[in-house]
Design a protein around this ligand. Structure first.
Ligand SMILES: Cc1ncc(COP(=O)(O)O)c(C=O)c1O
Length: 381
């Protein structure tokens, strides 16, 4: 006799991103990464080490007051609106389980981070896709969102810069999305984990500056090189603080105290300057990656922010076949666009947050591998 998992897990799998990583040959160059290759800032390591020698006791559920104050300063809100979470991933879980009722429609971006739709469904909701267009380089606009609204829409998930697209909304459009949703009484959820990494002239601010009718999530996985330490936060309107805090307590109690101490040490003036410097380095790498990819015949579809480019090659239409071909023939890992929804089909997500020499040699190998063979050649094999 076998033990059956709950029905809410029907169809739920580890993401294709993780499955591709598991398929990669040993020694492959990883342009599939969802993190930077930056070292952890020294003050954070020291603070974590010091905390490890200190008390191992529980923290307040919402997180250390000093940390919430520092996070609150950035959004210009009182610390009581801040809940420190176990990465943005937990923040997304709290939002879905804390806001979505069975049968509610939850608008999720396609292409987009796959976790939104899965968690919306687990919470009993129906994920409905809103689709930024490839013609607009996947930059979110109000008409894209408006088109997907239903009478049952309970929540709209937004992300700019987005993953996988790296697309950055223009500030006017961003503001319009927030204000139009608020006017209709539909809350938004804005995942702002990549907000410090905007590389075009069209920078936008946190959605919190435009509308308070929603919830923000962000964190330090990408900005401080601590993806594995698991530190994020929620900024919530007054009326959601207590319910969300109760849910967060029941899920995880609190974020790890050692990591919270490290986070305090990372959110200083120097820490902010370090993020700016990192963003500038990413901008340089982006320019290098674009030049090398264009030279190799790749089309750059999107990617003004985060550390991702969405690309395609005229010889290849099947993104999964192309991804596997590049792993085999070029020894380079990229992520097939379909891992992020049907809107990503035919495209690859390329992460440029690696050393410049590695980036250049990986793109050179990718370009050589596609020049030698196309979809059409490989389908006969
Ligand atoms: C858009 C987006 N949101 C959330 C996450 C998860 O972040 P965390 O490591 O803070 O859980 C990621 C990670 O790749 C992401 O790309």
């Amino acid at each position: 006799m076998k033990i059956q998992p709950a029905q809410r897990l029907d169809g739920v799998q580890v993401t294709l991103i993780r499955r591709i990583m598991a398929e990669a040959p040993p020694g492959a160059i990883n342009l599939g990464l969802g993190q930077t290759n930056e070292p952890i800032p020294q003050p954070m390591i020291e603070a974590a080490a010091k905390a490890a020698y200190g008390s191992g006791g529980y923290a307040l559920n919402a997180g250390f007051a000093e940390l919430r104050e520092k996070i609150g300063e950035w959004y210009r809100v009182d610390k009581d609106r801040v809940i420190v979470t176990v990465g943005v991933q937990e923040a997304i879980s709290v939002v879905m389980f804390g806001l979505v009722n069975p049968g509610d429609d939850v608008l999720v971006p396609n292409p987009g981070f796959p976790v939104y739709a899965t968690l919306a469904r687990m919470a009993g909701g129906n994920p409905v896709e809103w689709c930024p267009t490839i013609e607009n380089r996947f930059r979110p606009t109000w008409p894209d969102v408006e088109k997907a609204l239903t009478p049952n829409t309970r929540l709209v998930v937004l992300a700019s810069p987005g993953n996988p697209t790296g697309a950055v909304a223009e500030d006017d459009e961003w503001k319009r999305i927030g204000c139009e949703l608020e006017a209709r009484g539909i809350p938004w959820f804005s995942d702002e984990i990549y907000i410090p990494f905007q590389h075009s002239e069209h920078e936008h601010m946190s959605m919190w500056r435009h509308s308070r009718f929603g919830v923000i999530a962000s964190g330090m996985s990408k900005t401080h090189g601590i993806a594995g330490w698991r530190l994020g936060w929620l900024i919530v309107p007054d009326e959601l603080v207590q319910p969300f805090l109760a849910l967060h307590q029941h899920l995880v109690t609190s974020a790890a105290t050692i990591v919270q101490r490290a986070a305090i040490a990372g959110l200083t003036k120097e820490g902010q300057a370090a993020i700016k410097a990192l963003s500038a380095r990413l901008k340089e790498k982006r320019a290098i990656a674009i030049a090398a990819l264009e030279e190799g015949g790749w089309d750059i579809v999107s990617g003004d922010g985060a550390f991702y480019l969405m690309v395609r090659h005229p010889n290849w239409s099947d993104d999964l076949a192309l991804c596997r071909h590049l792993m085999r023939e070029a020894g380079v890992i990229t992520i097939p666009g379909r891992a992020f929804g049907s809107g990503g089909e035919g495209l690859l997500r390329v992460s440029y947050s690696v050393d410049v020499a590695v980036l250049k040699s990986a793109i050179g190998a990718m370009s050589a591998a596609v020049a030698e063979q196309s979809d059409a050649d490989s389908s006969g094999k």
